[in-house]
Design a protein around this ligand. Structure first.
Ligand code: NFS
Ligand code: SF4
Length: 634
C-alpha cells in the first residue's frame, strides 16, 4: 500500500527511509497488531484496581473488578473522548475571547478589531445593545458575554448555542436536557461522572456526552467568529497547496496547530524582515507556509499557501528546506522536534500548555506578540545559513486553489445575483435538483487509511452525482493538495447540472471562472461556518436542519475533537459518515445507539463505512431520501 495518496510526497517517505528517520507510518507498523481491547473500547484504566478488560468473545471476564460491564466501560471511554475534544475547542475559543476582551480594554496593543462590522453584527445577534457605544466597549461586552459561556452558573443555555441554531432545534435540545449552560462545567461533569463508581448507565453517559459535545460546538462558534473580528472575515482568496509551496531559495517557516493568535502576527512581520532574509542569501525572502488548521486559518485570511494537512506534517521537515516549524496547540506530532534535530530546522513551541522536549519554547504573550514573532523569524533566518544543500528535496507538485468561503463571503458573492434574497440561487438550484444536496467534509487524516484517499475518492463520486461539497480542517487540506478546489476541478469532476450552476454562479458573481466544486470554509473550528450556512438555508426554507438534504463526513477520522464534532453534528439533526469505527464495538448497545438509536432522539446518527465509493453511494441515498421527504423533485 502506498502510504500517501500523493505520489510526489512519496519521495520524501523514501528519503526518510534512506536517512533512517522513522515517520508516522513506520511507527504505526511497529505498533501492529494494535491492542484489540483498546480498539473495541473495552479496556478500562479508570481506577487502580485494574486495568480491566472485557473479553469480547464471551469466554473471559464480562465485568471489570468493580462490576462495570462493557456498555459502561465503552460509554465512559467514549464520552471522555468527547470531553477532551470539547475542552480543546473550548480553550481555543477562550484564548480568542480573552484577547478580544483585552483589545476592548486597549491592553493588547498588538491586536486590533479588523472587522468592526462583524463585531456589531455579532453583538446584535447575541442581543447586546450597541446604541451609542464605542467599538471598544462593544468588544468588551461581546467578549464578556462569550466568556460567560465558560463560567455561567445560572441554568440559561449558552449564548452561542442559543443564537446560532434553528429555534426548533434549540427547543429539541433543551427538551432533552443537553443544551448546556457552561462549556467548562460540561467537561468537568464528564470527568466527575466517569470517575469510578459514579455513572454506570450507558445512555445517561451518552446524553452527557452529547451535552459536552454541544459545548464543543459552542466553543467553535466563539473561536470562528471572534477570530473573524480580530483577524478579518475570510473572502475568496487564491493560493496554492501541497509540499511544492516550500521554496528552495526562501527562508521557509511553517505555522502549525490551531490558534491564529501567533501565526497572524508572524505573517504581519514578514514584510519588515524580508530584507534580512534576502541579505542572508534567501533571494525569495521569507515564505510562510501552513500546516493543519493554523495553516487553514492563515490561508483563508491571508492567502498563505498550505504545505500539509495532518498526516504528512513530518514531511515538511524532510524537504530539508524548512527553517522553522512554529507550533501552537493540538495535532502536533511530538516526533517533529526529533526529526527537526536531524536537520537545520528550528522547532518553536509557543503556548504554555504545549511544550515539546527538544523544541525551543518561546512563549507568546499578548503584550509582546510582535517581539515574539520577530524573534522567531530572525532565528529562522539564522537557521537558513546552516542549511545542508545536499539534504534538500522539495516535491514539485502544488495545486492552485480558491479558498476563503466564509458564510459571509458566500452571501456577498450571491448577493450580486439577488441582493434581496442572496441565498435564493442556491435554494432554487437545490429545489430544482441541479444541486442534489450538500456534503460537509471535515476531520482528520488517519494512518490507518492511505493519506487523503478516502476524501478524494468520495468527493469525486459525490461531485459526479451533482452534490456540492463544503470542507474544513484536514479534509479541506486533502482537497486543496489534490487539486479539487479550483475551477478546473469543477470542469473535470462536477456532474453536468452542478457544473452548469457553478459556472453560472461564478460568472454572475463577477468572477470569470466557475466556482470550485468544493468550498474551503476554513479550519476545524470553522465547522461553525457550515452550520451557519445550513441554519440560514433552513430558516429561509422554513424547515429544521434534519430536513435539509445535507450530510457530514469525516472519512479519515482520528482525533478526540473529531468525535466531539461528529456527535454534535448528529445532535443538530444531521447524519454523519465516518470512515473508521470509533472504539465502541465492544458494546453492541453503544454502537447501536450511535448508528440507530440516536435517530429517534435527535434525528442525526452515525453511518460507519470504510469504503469511500460505497460511502459516497450511501450518502447520495440519504440525500435523495431527504429530498423525497421534502417533496422536491427526485
Ligand atoms: Ni480537526 Fe485541525 Fe486535522 Fe483533525 Fe487535527 S488539524 S482541528 S483534529 S487532524 S482535522
Ligand atoms: Fe476496572 Fe472498574 Fe477500575 Fe475500570 S473502574 S479499572 S472496570 S475496577
Amino acid at each position: 500500500m502506498s502510504k500517501c495518496h500523493n505520489l510526489s510526497n512519496q519521495c520524501l517517505i523514501d528519503k526518510a527511509q534512506n536517512e533512517k528517520i522513522d515517520l508516522v507510518w513506520d511507527r504505526y507498523e511497529k505498533m501492529l497488531p494494535l491492542c484489540g481491547f483498546g480498539e473495541k473500547g473495552i479496556c478500562c484504566r479508570i481506577c487502580m484496581k485494574g486495568p480491566c478488560r472485557i473479553d469480547p468473545f464471551g469466554n473471559g471476564p464480562q465485568e471489570g473488578i468493580c462490576g462495570a460491564n462493557a456498555d459502561t466501560i465503552v460509554a465512559r471511554n467514549l464520552v471522555r473522548m468527547m470531553a477532551a475534544g470539547a475542552a480543546s475547542h473550548a480553550s481555543h475559543g477562550k484564548e480568542i475571547a480573552k484577547t478580544l476582551l483585552n483589545v476592548g480594554r486597549q491592553t493588547a496593543k498588538n491586536y486590533s478589531i479588523k472587522d468592526p462590522e462583524k463585531l456589531k453584527a455579532i453583538a446584535k445577534n447575541i442581543n447586546i445593545d450597541i446604541e451609542g457605544k464605542d467599538i471598544h466597549q462593544i468588544a468588551r461586552e461581546v467578549a464578556y458575554e462569550s466568556l460567560m459561556d465558560y463560567s455561567r452558573f445560572e441554568e440559561d443555555t449558552c449564548t452561542w448555542l442559543t443564537n446560532t441554531i434553528t429555534k426548533s432545534r434549540l427547543e429539541k435540545l433543551e427538551g432533552l436536557g443537553v443544551a448546556l449552560n457552561n462549556i467548562e462545567s460540561s467537561v468537568a461533569d464528564i470527568m466527575s461522572r466517569t470517575h469510578l463508581g459514579t455513572d454506570a448507565d450507558p445512555i445517561n453517559l451518552l446524553l452527557a456526552g452529547m451535552k459536552t459535545s454541544l459545548g464543543d460546538y459552542t466553543g467553535m462558534q466563539i473561536s470562528t467568529h471572534l477570530s473573524d473580528v480580530l483577524f478579518g472575515t475570510p473572502e475568496p482568496v487564491i493560493s496554492t497547496a501541497n509540499l511544492g509551496v516550500i521554496k528552495k531559495d526562501a527562508v521557509n517557516i511553517a505555522v502549525h496547530g490551531h490558534n491564529p493568535l501567533l501565526s497572524e502576527i508572524i505573517v504581519d512581520v514578514v514584510d519588515e524582515l524580508n530584507h534580512e532574509a534576502i541579505a542572508a542569501g534567501a533571494t525569495a525572502g521569507i515564505n510562510i507556509v501552513g500546516v493543519c488548521c493554523t495553516g487553514n486559518e492563515v490561508l483563508l485570511r491571508r492567502g498563505i499557501p498550505m504545505a500539509s494537512n495532518y498526516l504528512s506534517q513530518e514531511l515538511t521537515i524532510l524537504t530539508g528546506a524548512l527553517e522553522a516549524m512554529v507550533v501552537d496547540v493540538q495535532c502536533i506530532m511530538p516526533s517533529l522536534s526529533k526529526i527537526a534535530s536531524c536537520y537545520h530546522t528550528k522547532m518553536f513551541t509557543t503556548m504554555p500548555e504545549a511544550k515539546i522536549p527538544g523544541a525551543t519554547h518561546l512563549e507568546l504573550h499578548d503584550e509582546h506578540a510582535l517581539e515574539n514573532a520577530r524573534d522567531i523569524v530572525r532565528q529562522s533566518i539564522e537557521a537558513f545559513k546552516r542549511r545542508d544543500e545536499s539534504k534538500i528535496l522539495i516535491p514539485e507538485e502544488k495545486s492552485n486553489i480558491i479558498a476563503g468561503f466564509s458564510t459571509e463571503s458566500i452571501v456577498n458573492l450571491l448577493s450580486k445575483i439577488d441582493s434581496e434574497k442572496p441565498l435564493r440561487p442556491i435554494i432554487d438550484n437545490i429545489v430544482n435538483g441541479n444541486i442534489r444536496g450538500v456534503v460537509l467534509f471535515a476531520g482528520c487524516n488517519n494512518v490507518k487509511v492511505t493519506q487523503d484517499y478516502n476524501f478524494v475518492h468520495m468527493a469525486k463520486k459525490l461531485l459526479e452525482n451533482n452534490i456540492l461539497i463544503l470542507a474544513t480542517g484536514c479534509g479541506a487540506g486533502a482537497f486543496a493538495k489534490n487539486s479539487l478546489m479550483n475551477s478546473e476541478a469543477t470542469k473535470e469532476y462536477a456532474g453536468e447540472s452542478l457544473k452548469a450552476v457553478l459556472t453560472l454562479l461564478g460568472k454572475e458573481a463577477g468572477l470569470d471562472v466557475p466556482l470550485p466544486p468544493i468550498l474551503h470554509m476554513g479550519s476545524c473550528v470553522d465547522n461553525s461556518r457550515g452550520v451557519d450556512l445550513a441554519v440560514a438555508l433552513a430558516n429561509e426554507l422554513g424547515v429544521d436542519l434534519n430536513q435539509l438534504p445535507l450530510v457530514a463526513s469525516a472519512p479519515e477520522v482520528m482525533s478526540e475533537k473529531a468525535i466531539a464534532i461528529g456527535t454534535w453534528v448528529t445532535g443538530l439533526g444531521v447524519p454523519v459518515h465516518i470512515g473508521l469505527m470509533p472504539p465502541v464495538e465492544g458494546s453492541p448497545l453503544v454502537a447501536n445507539v450511535l448508528t440507530e438509536g440516536l435517530k429517534d432522539v435527535v434525528d442525526g446518527y452515525f453511518i460507519v463505512e470504510g469504503d469511500p465509493l460505497t460511502a459516497a453511494d450511501k450518502l447520495t441515498q440519504v440525500i435523495e431520501e431527504k429530498r423525497a421527504a421534502l417533496n422536491i423533485p427526485s
